[in-house]
Structure formats: C-alpha cells, structure tokens
Design a protein around this ligand. Structure first.
Ligand SMILES: [Zn+2]
Length: 102
C-alpha cells in the first residue's frame, strides 16, 4: 500500500526521449546541461546552457532521458530528501522496536 504523501509525479515541461543502446546496462545518470559542443547546442536549441539538468535512466537496452528545469529539479530533490528523512525515521523506529522486543 502506497501512501499519497510518499508519492510524487512531476509533469515536466520538456518531453522525455528514449533510445535503444547496443549494450545492456542499469544506472541512473544526472547531468548539468553544460556542454557547448555542436551536438548539444543543436539538441538544446533555444534553451540556455546551464538552464536544465538531464536525468537519465538506463534499464537493459533502453535509455530514457528527461530534461528538467531548475524548478522541477528542486521539487524532485526536495521530495527525495523528505522521503529519505521519512525512511530514516521509520528505519530508526523499527530498529528501536526490535531492540525493545529483544
Ligand atoms: Zn556535448
């Protein structure tokens, strides 16, 4: 059962992009959009350099890349910190209860 306060949906301004890679892998990559090479400048278009962050998730042969604005990034980051705090508190409470029962 998932609680509403432990759930977030961010509806980003920019569309996500997905790619197929030859090599299978599994990771999350976060990059500040700070590259001034020709490919990145074309990809960025009118978006200012240092204006967004790319959040990428690789699962198997699929890579999904999502450009986030600074506001979206802060919302996500703040939420992840709050979630980590909740997990720390629950974990500590569970550990304390287990110690109390021992
Ligand atoms: Zn580049």
């Amino acid at each position: 059962m998932r609680h509403d306060s432990g759930h977030i949906i961010i509806d980003p301004i920019f569309a996500s992009e997905s790619y197929r890679d030859e090599v299978r892998d599994c990771f999350i990559a976060v990059d500040i959009d700070d590259c001034d090479c020709g490919h990145c400048e074309v990809d960025r278009g009118p978006i200012p350099i240092y204006g967004t962050v790319s959040l990428g998730i690789v699962s198997g042969n699929v890579r999904v890349s999502q450009r986030l604005t600074i506001t979206e990034l802060r919302e996500l980051a703040d939420t992840l910190y709050r979630f980590a705090d909740v997990l720390d508190e629950v974990s500590e409470a569970t550990k304390q209860t287990e110690e109390d029962l021992a």
